[in-house]
Design a protein around this ligand. Structure first.
Ligand code: 1HE
Length: 257
């Protein structure tokens, strides 16, 4: 059973998960957040990579402000933890996830985008954290994930001053890894997902689960974890076959084109 504000389109080994609440700028109600969690928890095992996009002129307007009723402190904590659990399923779910961005990527929408592994933005994209001017704070993991993309200083500035980054400045600042012409973010994201789906599953697993942890370890621990992950990955039969294929001239060379 899917939620009316979400659709899941299986295209071979790719899943395109779309927010379909365009009339409300894909504002994330509690129901929609839980539906996102369920979608990532229940992806068919045949899926090897996923794309998240949003219907209509904007990727996502963030938290559904109409649901922001009077909560006491405890309820606020539980609400934030619900978002954390859902976006953890995006970041640490079964497969790499690519966000296809356009229009507003603001507040909780930016928190969702930052839980994905790659972000592709079209030229209409803009980024903001209006929490600062709404008198609230991020609650969907933004204070952990967004500084990893753009740094603490930029995030502080955005929240203190309401600064909005356009697509070009946003790409330079580190929000997105790809900047593409208007209307082409989804196509580019699907192209990348198809490429990612061809990787050895253990390589994708290492990039999702080992790399972020290594990046937070001390150098000494990081080198050791890296060595363990390298040993495990190269021991897989698929890795041996891929190396053999290159040595026998059956695999593509690295090319700059
Ligand atoms: C909404 C929301 C929403 C639109 N919650 N209903 N996020 C924000 O502070 C961003 C608020 N939204 C906006 O600034 C603008 O809507 C947009 C720049 C995203 C888009 O503007 P526009 O002119 O294309 O659309 P609109 O006319 O403003 O909105 C269309 C409808 O969507 C309208 O409802 P309608 O019934 O009058 O048609 C809007 O009320 C509705 N809508 N955004 C509820 N966010 C885990 S903590 C995370 C904390 C946060 O995310 S705080 C940031 C919240």
């Amino acid at each position: 059973m899917t939620h009316p504000d979400i659709s899941i389109d299986l295209q071979g080994d790719i899943a395109v998960i779309r927010l379909t609440r365009g009339a409300k700028r894909n504002a994330l109600s509690d129901g929609l957040i839980l539906a996102l969690r369920d979608a990532f928890e229940n992806l068919p095992t045949s899926v090897r990579a996923a794309v998240v996009d949003g219907e209509g002129p904007h990727f996502c307007a963030g938290l559904d402000l109409s649901e922001l009723q009077e909560r006491d402190a405890g309820q606020g904590v539980y609400h934030s933890r619900m978002w954390h659990a859902a976006l953890d399923r995006v970041q640490n779910g079964p497969v790499p996830v690519i966000a296809a961005l356009h229009g507003a990527v603001v507040g909780g929408g930016l928190e969702l985008a930052s839980a994905c592994h790659i972000r592709v933005a079209d030229s209409t994209t803009f980024y903001a954290l209006p929490e600062g001017s709404r008198g609230i704070f991020v609650g969907g993991g933004g204070s952990v994930r967004i500084p990893k993309l753009i740094g603490v200083a930029r995030m502080t500035d955005m929240m203190l001053t309401g600064r909005v980054y356009n697509a070009e400045d946003g790409e330079r600042a580190g929000f997105a890894q790809y900047l593409v012409p208007e209307g082409t973010a989804l196509d580019k994201a699907i192209e990348l997902a198809k490429r990612i789906a061809q990787n050895a599953p253990l390589t994708n697993y290492a990039l999702m689960h080992a790399l972020p942890r290594i990046a937070e370890q001390s150098s000494d621990h990081g080198f050791f974890t890296e060595a363990l992950m390298a040993g495990i990955a190269q021991n897989a039969p698929e890795a041996k076959e891929r190396v053999r294929a290159f040595l026998e001239g059956r695999a593509a060379k690295v090319s700059k084109d």
